[in-house]
Design a protein around this ligand. Structure first.
Ligand code: SF4
Ligand code: SF4
Length: 269
C-alpha cells in the first residue's frame, strides 16, 4: 500500500472552511482553455457509492473494477485503506476516463470528488491534515484551472445541487461519518490488520461482503431481520448502508446487532 503522504501532486488547499451559503465565482465548459486539465495528475479518493455506480456503468464486478481502475492508499491520520483512481502510465498521468476531445466518458457516473470540484470536502480529502467531528467544505484552487476567471456565481449548496452530489452524500453519509470519527481519534490508536481489511472490503466490494453475510456463519451468529436480508440480497445500496452500520458496530462499538448468545458460547468453547 502506498501512503498518501507521498502524494507529490497535492493541490494547494486554502484552509478556509466554507458554509452552505458561501458564494464563489466559477464555471467550467468545453471551451475553457484548460478543458480536461483537472483530470490529470490527480488524487481522487473513491467512495463506496462511486464504486457501485462506476462498476455498474462499466459492466464489471467489484474485483474487476478494483483491480483495473484503483489502487489502495492509506488515509492520512487514520491508517484506513481507501480506493483511489489509478492513473494511466502516460506522460500526463491521465485519469483512465478522460478523452481530450469529449472530456469525461463516464460523466453521469463520475466520482463524488470530481462532482464537487472546485470544492473539496474534508472527509473525502485524504491529504487533509486535521479535522474535528464536523465535516466541512473548502476551495481547491489549482493554478491550471481557469474556471475561477468566469463570471458565474454559485453558493456551495447550489453547486452541490447542480453537480448531483446530494444523492451521493446521502448514500455515503454513514461511511464519511466513520472516516470523520476515525480522524478524530488519536493516530496512536491503530486498527488491526483484520479490521482494516474488513473496512476496505465492506466499503468497496459488494459481492465479497454479500458472500460474507449469506455464505459464512454470520447469520448463525447474528439475528438479522428478514426484511433487511431481503433488501440487502439484491440491492447494493441497501447492502453498503447495512455495511456502514456493521462497521460502526465493530470499529466503535456503536449501534446494536442481536447476537445469538447460545451459538457464540458454543463457538467460544
Ligand atoms: S481545469 Fe477547471 S475550468 Fe478547466 S476543465 Fe477542469 S474544472 Fe473546468
Ligand atoms: S472520472 Fe471523469 S471527471 Fe473524474 S478525473 Fe476522471 S475523467 Fe475527470
Amino acid at each position: 500500500m502506498e501512503n498518501s503522504e507521498n502524494n507529490k501532486n497535492k493541490p494547494q488547499l486554502a484552509p478556509v472552511q466554507l458554509g452552505p451559503n458561501t458564494e464563489f465565482k466559477f464555471d467550467c465548459h468545453k471551451d475553457c482553455s484548460c478543458f480536461t486539465a483537472c483530470c490529470r495528475k490527480i488524487d481522487i479518493m473513491l467512495t463506496p457509492y462511486d464504486v457501485i455506480r462506476m462498476k455498474k456503468r462499466l459492466e464489471l464486478n467489484s474485483d474487476e473494477f478494483l483491480l483495473l481502475y484503483t489502487e489502495i492508499k492509506l488515509l492520512k491520520n487514520t491508517d484506513m485503506p481507501v480506493a483511489t483512481l489509478k492513473l494511466l502510465d502516460d506522460e500526463r498521468e491521465s485519469c483512465p476516463f478522460v478523452k481530450d476531445d469529449v472530456g469525461c466518458i463516464i460523466y453521469d457516473d463520475r466520482p463524488t470528488t470530481c462532482r464537487y470540484y472546485p470544492l473539496g470536502v474534508a472527509s473525502l480529502s485524504y491529504t487533509e491534515e486535521e479535522t474535528d467531528e464536523e465535516d466541512f467544505f473548502f476551495m481547491v484552487e489549482e493554478p491550471h484551472c481557469k474556471g475561477f476567471d468566469e463570471d458565474k456565481t454559485w453558493s456551495v449548496n447550489s453547486w452541490r445541487d447542480h453537480e448531483g452530489v446530494v444523492e451521493c452524500d446521502r448514500v455515503n453519509d454513514g461511511w464519511t461519518n466513520i472516516l470523520v470519527r476515525k480522524k478524530s481519534i488519536p493516530s496512536s490508536v491503530k486498527l488491526t490488520e483484520q479490521s482494516k481489511k474488513m473496512f476496505y472490503d465492506i466499503s468497496y466490494n459488494t459481492e465479497k461482503f454479500r458472500r460474507f453475510i449469506f455464505e459464512s456463519t454470520f447469520l448463525t451468529l447474528y439475528n438479522i431481520e428478514e426484511e433487511t436480508l431481503k433488501n440487502i440480497k439484491d440491492d447494493d445500496i441497501a447492502l453498503i448502508e447495512f455495511g456502514f452500520e456493521w462497521l460502526k458496530f465493530i470499529l466503535f462499538q456503536e449501534g446494536e446487532f442481536d447476537k445469538n448468545e447460545e451459538v457464540a458460547t458454543k463457538r467460544a468453547k
